[in-house]
Design a protein around this ligand. Sequence first.
Ligand SMILES: Cc1cc2nc3c(=O)[nH]c(=O)nc-3n(C[C@H](O)[C@H](O)[C@H](O)COP(=O)(O)OP(=O)(O)OC[C@H]3O[C@@H](n4cnc5c(N)ncnc54)[C@H](O)[C@@H]3O)c2cc1C
Length: 461
Amino acid sequence: MMHDVIVIGGGISGLATAYNLMLRGIDVQLLERQVRTGGNAISEGFDGFLMEHGPTTFNASVPQAVAQIDALGLLDQAHDLGPDVKRRYLRDDGKLTGIPASLTGFFTSNYLSARARARILIEGLIPRYMGDEESIHAFASRRFGREFADKVMDPMAAGIFMGDSRELSINGAFPKLAEMERTIGSITRGVLRAKRGSEPGRHLYSWDNGIGTIPQVLTNHLRGRVHTGITVSDLSRTAQGFAAKTSRGTRNARAVVLAVQPHVAAQLLEQIDPVGAGVIGAIQAPPVNVGFFGYRREQVAHPLDGLGFLSTRDDGRILSGSQFASTMYPHRAPDGYVAISAYAGGVRNPDLVSLSETDLVAEIHGELAETLGISGAPVVTRLRRWPLGLPQYTLGHSVRQKVIAETPDRVDGLFLTGNYTKGVSVANCMKSSQDTAERIALYLSVTFKANQKCDIRLTMR
Ligand SMILES: Cc1cc2nc3c(=O)[nH]c(=O)nc-3n(C[C@H](O)[C@H](O)[C@H](O)COP(=O)(O)OP(=O)(O)OC[C@H]3O[C@@H](n4cnc5c(N)ncnc54)[C@H](O)[C@@H]3O)c2cc1C
C-alpha cells in the first residue's frame, strides 16, 4: 500500500511532524523502533518519585510550540517552575554560590570578582562583531569578559548541551544572543528590551506526569498511525517515492521524514543522499549519564531553593550539573522526601562509559553528598545512560544546517527533522517539526495534486 508520508522515528520530532501532517488531512504512518514512543522524553514514576530520563523542562519561549501545546490541551495543565526556585547555583572549586534569578543577580553575589562584574557593565559599549562564526566562549569573552565566559557561559554550555563552550557555535547553540548583538548591538540592552516588551518570558513548563506527557498525548491523537517495535533498516527510491525496509516488511510512501538521531539518519541516507549522510554523520553526540536520587528531606542540609547547579570545568569533578527536581515541579517526590537529578558525561567526561553502573551511581551520589551536604544513603536511585546524548552544534553548524535544509532539493520528497537540525530543545523540535510538516504538505500538493492522489488541506501561515 502506498501512503502519502512515512515518518521514521517516534520521538518528539517524529510525533509532532506526524501530528501536524495528520491535522492537514495527509495520510501519514509513523514507524518507531522502540516498543514505546517518546524517544529520549521518558518520565518514569516509581515509589512516589518521578524521574525524567531525558528532558525535564519545556521552554515556553518558542511561541509556535506553546501554541501546539495549547492545541493539545496541555497548556492549562502545565506547571511553571515552583515558587521555591529562587536562585541558580554555580559550583566553582566545589563551592556553591547562589545567584538570584534576576537581571542584577550577578551584582548581588560575589561569585564573580569585582573586576569581572565591572566588565559586564560595559558590555553595551562593545562594538558589533563582523568576523567569522564564533564559539560561545569567544563571544562571551569579547562581550562580557573572560571570567564571565569561564565561570558562567562554559558551565551553561556543559549543563545545557553537555558540550564545550570553546567548540560550540554561538549561532548554533544560542542563536538569540547572536541575533541580539546583530540587531541591537548589545545583549544587556536586548535582554532588558525583551523583559519590557512582548517577548514571552523564560517560563519552563512540565506536567504532573512529567515531560513524557507530550509524546503520550501526541501518540493518543495519532492513534492507528503509530507503529512501534518496527526498525527501518534501509531506505531506497522507487518510481512513486520511497521504500522503507523494516523488520516487518517494506512500507511505501510518496514522501519520507527522517526523525531519527543523526547517526541513524546518516546510515539511512548513505545510498540515497551521500552528501547529507557525510555531513550528518560527522555530528558528534557524546554519551550522557543521568543519575536520579531520592532522599528524606532531613538528609540534605542544602535548602535546595533553586533550579539546581551548574559546574565550572576546572574543579576536577564529574558532574556538569544537577537539578533539584522536587523544588522545580510538584509530584517529583513523596511528602517529606526530595528528588535530585545529576548529569555527568558529555564532552567533559566521555570516559565515564567505562565505569560500571554501581561505580557511577556511587561517584555521582558521593559528589552530590559533598556539594549539598547529604548524609546517609539515598532512599532510591536510578541511572540512565545515553550512549549518544545531545548533538553538538559545533563551529560550522550553520553550513551543516544549510545542507540539511536542502535535502529535499537533492532528493525529491525526502525531509529531515530532529534535534540536530534547528535546536535541541523539545520546544524547538516541535517548532521545526511544524515547519517540516508545512514543507511536506506543499511538496505533496505541488507534486501530486494534478493526479488528485492525495487529499491535502494545505494551511499556509
Ligand atoms: C539527558 C537529556 C536532558 C535533556 N533535557 C532537556 C530539557 O530539559 N529541555 C529540553 O527542551 N530538551 C532537553 N533535552 C533535549 C531533548 O530532549 C531532545 O533534543 C529531544 O527530545 C529529541 O527528540 P527527537 O525526536 O528529535 O529525537 P529522539 O528523542 O532521539 O527520537 C528519535 C527516535 O527515533 C527512533 N529510531 C531510531 N532509529 C530508528 C529506526 N531505524 N527505525 C525506527 N525508529 C528509529 C528512536 O527509537 C527514537 O524514538 C535533553 C536531552 C537529554 C538526552
